[in-house]
Ligand binder design. Structure first.
Ligand SMILES: [Zn+2]
Length: 291
């Protein structure tokens, strides 16, 4: 009898609150698929997340669309990477966000520097990704305090997964002989991965895919590949493959596969989540270098 009474009370509460309000989700707009994935892991089924730049999209050459403006205006939380990743579109995102809280997910990270500007690709070190997750958790609690315990529990579970991932990456890189831990990629997106785990990445493009590689840069990289016997050259999902194909051809280095730097793949690709992206990249590195 008491149970029926409780159920009746719950039904009345639903009617009073309205069906939508009882399960209202926090709308989040994130600039990239990596940030969106981190937010989904923290928010679980209490959030709706859209990524402004889609799977395999290039944030460095991002041009906002009217749909993006609407997603930003509807959002309660907007997540940017910061450190210059969003370039001049960061200002657009901030002003289109209307009443939303704007989080710079890299807050608190000491950036690496490349030619006097910060390297924005901080998520490529798992330790930094943990800082992103903690920042996202705190921002979600600020916009939706009623779900504080959910966000804390989700973040705790995910942070433990990232600890395991970090250990996995270290163990995998340790199987590569130290003198073979060097490779060429298209743009300088892996400085944090290289610094955290002891791999040297060399890139003709610099920190953005927008920069034009000069003939001198390309010639220098070809000479470097030959002199240092760099074993592998990798493509990226967000950059034009032609430059690297030319470098590989002229230097005799082998194109060893594709690394995922700034964007995840869709669900059918090899890197639909942050954790899978890191696993895929490390598997490719080990496959090409550890022999
Ligand atoms: Zn990049």
């Amino acid at each position: 009898m008491q149970r029926v009474g409780r159920r009746f009370a719950a039904a009345v509460a639903m009617l009073v609150a309205g069906p939508g309000l009882a399960q209202q989700k926090v709308d989040i707009a994130a600039s990239t698929t990596v940030l969106a994935d981190l937010a989904r892991n923290v928010g679980g089924d209490h959030v709706n997340v859209v990524s402004l730049v889609g799977p395999n999209g290039d944030i460095h050459s991002y041009v906002p669309s009217p749909a993006d403006a609407k997603n930003l205006a509807d959002a309660k939380l907007v997540i940017l990477n910061g450190l210059g990743l969003e370039g001049s579109t960061a200002q657009f995102m901030r002003s289109a966000a209307k009443g939303a809280k704007v989080l710079v997910a890299s807050d608190g990270i000491t950036p690496l520097r490349l030619d006097n500007s910060p390297d924005p690709h901080a998520w490529q070190s798992v330790a930094n990704a943990k800082t992103y997750v903690a920042n996202i958790r705190d921002a979600l609690i600020a916009v939706d305090p009623a779900d504080k315990s959910v966000f804390e529990a989700n973040a705790a579970v995910y942070l433990r997964q990232l600890d395991a991932l970090d250990a996995e990456v270290k163990a995998a890189i340790a199987t590569i002989p130290p003198q073979r831990r060097k490779l060429v990629t298209t743009h300088d997106a892996f400085g944090y991965l290289g610094t955290a785990y002891g791999v040297e990445f060399i890139a003709p493009h610099g920190v953005s895919t927008e920069a034009e590689a000069s003939a001198r840069d390309v010639a220098q990289i070809i000479a470097q590949i030959r002199a240092q016997k760099i074993p592998a050259v990798f493509l990226e999902n967000v950059t034009d493959p032609r430059l690297l194909a030319r470098i590989a051809h002229e230097s005799g280095a082998r194109i060893s596969g594709t690394l995922y730097s700034d964007a995840l793949t869709d669900a059918n690709g090899p890197a639909p989540t942050y954790v899978e992206m890191m696993r895929h990249n490390v598997k490719e590195l080990v496959g090409a270098l550890a022999r």
